[in-house]
Design a protein around this ligand. Sequence first.
Ligand code: NDP
Length: 362
Amino acid sequence: MTVYQRNSSQLRKARAFVRGVGTGIVDPESFIGKDESNPGMKAIQVKQVGGPEAMEVAELPVPQPKVNEAVVKLAASGVNFIDVYFREGRYKTPLPFTPGQEGAGVVTAVGSDVKLVKAGDRVAWCGVQGSYAEYAAVPADRLVPVPQGVSDHHAAAAMLQGMTAHYLSHDTHPLKKGETALVHAAAGGVGLLLAQMAHNIGARVIATVSTEEKAKLAREAGADEVILYTQADFEAETKRLTGGKGVDVVYDSVGKTTFEKGLNVLRPRGIMVLFGGSSGAVPPFDLIALSQKGSLYVTRPTLVNYIATREELVARSSAVFGMIAAGKLKLRSEHSYPLAEAQQAHRDLEERKTTGKLLLIP
Ligand code: NDP
C-alpha cells in the first residue's frame, strides 16, 4: 500500500500496525491516516484494564492480512465471560487491545499463502482476540465455513459456547445415557447449550439457576430438575434428588461459590469439571479432600486444548453447526447490542441479567 511507503518514520509506524493485526493489538498511533485504500473502522479498545468503562469506541485502520491471515467483515461478534477476564486484567494481554474472541462474517481479503478461504466466503471463528470491531484479521486455519441453514448470528453465537458445551459433554466427560449431570448456571450461554446436549444424550440433568425466569429456560433446554441455588442449598437438594447416591459429573462454571459443595454431591469416583469462575476463582485446596470424598476426579479444561488441531476444530464446529441445522440445538440470542454498547453488554453479563448468548452487532 503506497500510503505506508512515504518515509522511514511512516514505514516504521506501518510495520507496527501490521504487527498488531490479528492479535487484537492495533496501535492507533500507527494508523498513518485515512485514505481511499483504508477508510478506517470502528472498534472497541481497552487502553487500561478495568471496569466496563475501560472499553472505548475507537477509530482504527481496517486490518490488512498477513500472509497466513484472512480479513473478515463481521456480521456479529460474540460476547463471552472470558472477555470480562481480559478487560479486568485477570487474564493478561498487551495493551491497548481490542477485546472479543468470537465472530462470524464474510471474508474480504486474504494473505498470499491462504488457500483455505477466499473473499466472499461465510466464516466463523473463536479464540482469536479482536472481534469487537467492524473487521478482524484472523489466521485462516482458525476459520471454519458456515454451512447453509446456519445464519451469521447463529454462527457467532455458537462457536465458543457451542464447542465448549460439546467438548464438555462429549470428551471431558463423555456423558452416557442414564447418567446424572449437575449443570451450574444452566440458563447462561454455555449452560443452555450444555443442558440441551446432555438431555439429547439421554442423561438426567439437574440444573442450578438464580431466578424463576432462568429456571423456566433451563427446563425448556431439557433440565429434569432445577434448583434455585440463590434460595435453596444445592448440596442438600442434589443429594435429595439423587437419593443420596450423588451425581456422575458436575459441570461448574461458577467456581468460587459452588466448587466445594459440588465435590460433596459427586458419587464415589465421580468427576468435577471446573470450567470457569463467574463468581471468582476457586482458592487452592488440599488434594487429600479428593480421596476423603470418594476418590474423586477434578479437571480444569479449556476450549483451546479441544480445538488445537485444524481437524478437531473443523470436526467440532461441524458437529455443533449440524445440531443447529437439524433443530437439535436451539440458540437463544435475544441479547443483541450495537457494537458501541459493549460496556452495557458487559454490565448485563456481570450482573447476571442475561440468559443465553450476547451478541455485538457492528
Ligand atoms: P454465562 O452466560 O453463563 O454468565 C455467567 C452466569 O454465571 C450468570 O448468568 C449467572 O447465572 C452465573 N453466576 C453465578 N454467580 C455469579 C456471579 N457472582 N457473577 C456473575 N455471574 C454469576 O457466561 P458464559 O456462558 O459466557 O460463560 C460461563 C462460564 O463458562 C464462564 O465462567 C466462562 O469463563 C466459562 N467458559 C469456559 C470455557 C472453557 O473452555 N473453560 C469456555 C467458555 C466459557 P445465574 O444468575 O443463573 O447464577
